[in-house]
Design a protein around this ligand. Structure first.
Ligand SMILES: [Zn+2]
Length: 319
């Protein structure tokens, strides 16, 4: 067959492959974020995401990856000996990296199909950007066909990655900024919020750090307090401020401690969380800005609220 026909087929399969590589980690993020929902909602959402994942992965992404391999090798055989084409050698190294990334996504796919989410939504968001980096590198290389310009290309790539990471951070900040509570942030609270991540890493263990400072979620039915009903107060594990009382604690069946009220509304800060395309309200400690969990409107009488809080974010003490 004609070289240009193979080239067209190759480009088509590259486009569909990238479509899969771009969208798949989004589905991973949605799945991981559904972990914080109540069990019935969680099951409905996660089952749906699993179906979507299987269709996208086996219907589009894998067939495209194989097609790229077949058409790509056919094209590459025209460039022989390959050492005469340094740009192509470098491109093939990037392509090998892309296949490694594909296999890595496959391992996350297997985990989530088994209802296992070992990556936080934030980590998955960063993983999501890796294919962009490969895309930029490969396209520049193929179009310029010049390794010298590749030196500039690689410098450009690093700048691009830096911008990308800053953008992810900025996006996270914007999401956090919507404060629903009218509570004023005083200067000394600001000082605490601005504590550097190094300070927090020293103060907290790895698990606490992931949840309190990186907005992680502990696995359901794994925490210390979800079936713990002793009398007392629950303080913030980040700063020791009292947040919840055993008097408002109840068993929601979700696998996380649940409260229908807080000790004082001024002690928590509520932030709108628009991830997974649905509005949720994140609960933070108003004093140290640590992430605690979420609040939902399906709680018991008299408030109708359900504060769904990570055990790790709390420290129980007797009154
Ligand atoms: Zn706190």
């Amino acid at each position: 067959m004609n070289y240009l026909v193979f080239k067209s087929l190759h480009i088509i399969s590259v486009v569909t492959w990238f479509a899969g590589l771009f969208y798949m980690p989004r589905l991973f993020v949605y799945f991981a974020e559904a972990e914080t929902r109540i069990p019935t909602e969680r099951k409905i959402l996660q089952d749906q995401y699993k179906i979507m994942q299987r269709r996208l992965w086996y219907g589009i992404t894998w067939p495209s990856a194989i097609a790229v391999l077949i058409f790509g090798s056919t094209l590459a055989s025209q460039f022989w000996p390959i050492t005469q084409y340094p740009w192509l050698v470098l491109k093939l190294i990037f392509v090998a990296g892309l296949y490694a990334y594909h296999i890595f996504l496959h391992s996350i796919f297997n985990q989530q199909q088994d209802n296992n989410t070992s990556f936080s939504p934030m980590a998955l968001r960063i993983i999501n950007e890796i294919s962009t980096i490969f895309l930029v590198a490969i396209v520049f290389l193929v179009v310029l066909k010049n390794v010298l310009s590749m030196v500039y290309g690689i410098v450009g790539l690093f700048v691009f990655v830096a911008i990308l990471l800053t953008a992810i951070k900025a996006y996270k900040k914007i999401r956090e900024n919507e404060v629903l509570n009218s509570d004023q942030i005083t200067l000394d609270k600001l000082k605490l919020i601005n504590n550097s991540s190094d300070d927090w890493k020293q103060k907290l263990n790895e698990e606490e750090y992931q949840i309190l400072r990186m907005c992680g979620t502990e696995r359901p039915f794994s925490g210390e307090y979800y079936l713990f009903f002793e009398v007392g107060l629950y303080a913030c594990a980040g700063c020791g401020h009292e947040l919840f009382s055993s008097e408002t604690k109840y068993n929601s069946g979700s696998g996380w401690p649940a409260f229908y009220d807080v000790v004082g509304t001024e002690n928590v800060r509520l932030i709108e969380d628009q991830s997974i395309g649905m509005k949720r309200i994140e609960v933070r400690c108003a004093h140290c800005d640590s992430h605690l969990g979420h609040v939902f409107e399906d709680g018991p009488h008299p408030t109708g609220l359900r504060y769904c809080i990570n055990s790790i974010a709390l420290k129980h003490h007797k009154p």
